[in-house]
Design a binder for this molecule. Structure first.
Ligand code: 2M8
Length: 440
């Protein structure tokens, strides 16, 4: 029997598989990342998913982004989860009762989390419009534009905790790469005991192998960090003095810079002035290089704001500033070298997929979530960066390896970085959406 793991790389077959996966996860006005593990709406997932919908059902791309931004807070933050009120209590942990977003004056009527995720939405809106320009698209874009501006303003003001021109994140969930080795040191400083989790029921380990997910001790700390933020009603003033986890992430800030470039193009499309966006993009790029680039390692590192030190781990986060078209030639060249080194194995012909963490590091874990496995969204972001920096040859190699992964294993959430075996949730939406984008 031809199971998903024995499938061919026939583009028409893969296209149908990806479309069927998106269709299966479509839910009224948004797409769930996974029916089992993530049954609500997630912020950066929706952006990647909209890029995929634009290829097959452009109306859904606009509905996806619009429904997410309908849950934007009055302070501009776009919540990382928008809860579906129709789902029973206990469908996901931590659910709406844990977040209690109504505590915050700025929160919308619908229940959400209080955290953010990397702002890839302006880029998604631009790509969706370019893929399928239409009147509906233009009016959706016009309505999204001020909301995208407010999202950027929130990052540049409330979240510029260090006053250095970069946005800080207050929780590993905000990075999107929850249990990355990059977060081990700042996480170790958060007081918590794995026993805390006996008071809660984790939902993820009922649907995925516990060995492929964060640990109970990770979850105890995730809960403790949210509790600290929630106890201050998700306010951002005074974070530096009281919050247990504060980090500047190269991925989130590269996404913010790329968002300004995308907003400049959107402004031009709408007859607005692109100038201020290009200026802000340039400031973010300058701050990223000044604050997060290490000339000794030649790559980008997160900065722990509690110690004001760069975090030494060399994860795939360090490669993400290539997304910025205005990244100076020096850092762009050394980051390219890092990507092509044995740590990440980027090549014109890749023998293994791009890992989420340095393969040569002692804490590389090929099965555990963001600690080694291969993820299509990171590959897709790097793929864009390679094209922006004049390396279509490497971009083609990476694209081939992305397609091969799905051809062999199906639209899994993540993949074993050596064997390519599918891990986590099957029928995962952003894998399907980004596959469509690279196939198109
Ligand atoms: C994962 O994160 C959630 C928490 O937000 C979880 O582990 O339950 C991450 O992979 C994140 O990047 C992603 O947006 C989310 C939904 O796919 O799942």
């Amino acid at each position: 029997a031809a199971g998903p793991s024995t499938g061919s790389a026939d583009p028409a077959r893969l296209w149908r598989l990806a479309v069927a996966t998106l269709e299966g996860n479509w839910e009224h006005d948004h797409t769930v990342p996974s029916r089992t593990l993530y049954p609500h709406q997630w912020s950066w997932d929706s952006a990647f998913i909209a890029i995929g919908w634009a290829h097959v059902h452009p109306d859904r791309a606009w509905t996806e982004l619009t429904s997410l931004f309908d849950a934007q807070w009055a302070d501009g933050r776009v919540p990382h989860i928008v809860f579906n009120p129709a789902l029973p209590v206990g469908s996901y942990f931590p659910g709406p009762e844990f977040w209690n977003s109504a505590l915050a004056g700025a929160a919308p009527a619908v229940a959400t989390s209080g955290l953010i995720q990397p702002p890839v939405h302006a880029l998604a809106a631009l790509l969706a419009y370019r893929r399928a320009p239409s009147e509906r698209g233009r009016s959706a874009l016009r309505r999204l534009y001020p909301r995208l501006l407010a999202q950027q303003r929130y990052l540049a003001t409330a979240r510029d905790v260090a006053g250095d021109g970069l946005a800080a994140i207050v929780h590993p969930w905000e990075s999107g790469v929850d249990n990355s080795p990059a977060w081990d040191a700042p996480m170790a400083a958060v007081p918590a005991d794995a026993a805390v989790m006996s008071a809660y029921r984790r939902h993820d380990t009922a649907h995925a192998d516990a060995a492929h997910r964060p640990t109970d001790l990770d979850y105890a700390r995730y809960v403790a960090i949210v509790a600290s933020y929630r106890d201050h009603r998700y306010a951002d003033d005074g974070l530096a003095g009281r919050h247990p986890w504060l980090v500047e992430c190269p991925l989130l800030n590269a996404a913010a810079g790329a968002a300004e470039h995308a907003l400049a193009d959107i402004a031009t499309l709408l007859g607005a002035d692109p100038g201020p966006h290009r200026q802000r993009a340039a400031r973010i790029t300058e701050a990223l290089v000044r604050r997060l680039y290490d000339p000794v390692t030649g790559t980008f590192h997160p900065r722990d704001l509690r110690t004001d030190r760069l975090i030494p781990a060399r994860t795939a986060l360090g490669l993400m500033p290539l997304l910025l078209p205005d990244l100076p030639a020096g850092p762009a060249a050394t980051v390219m070298e890092e990507a092509c080194s044995a740590r990440f194995g980027l090549a014109r012909r890749m023998d293994r997929p791009l890992p989420s963490h340095d393969r040569t590091a002692p804490d590389f874990e090929p099965l555990r979530y963001w600690r080694g496995p291969s993820w299509l969204n990171l590959a897709w972001l790097l793929h864009r960066g390679l094209r922006a920096h004049g390396r279509p040859d490497l971009a083609a190699g990476l694209r081939r390896s992305m397609i091969d992964l799905v051809a062999r294993a199906g639209c899994h959430e993540y993949f074993h970085p050596d064997t390519g075996a599918g891990l986590g949730s099957p029928a995962f939406a952003w894998t399907a959406a980004l596959l469509l984008d690279v196939l198109a």
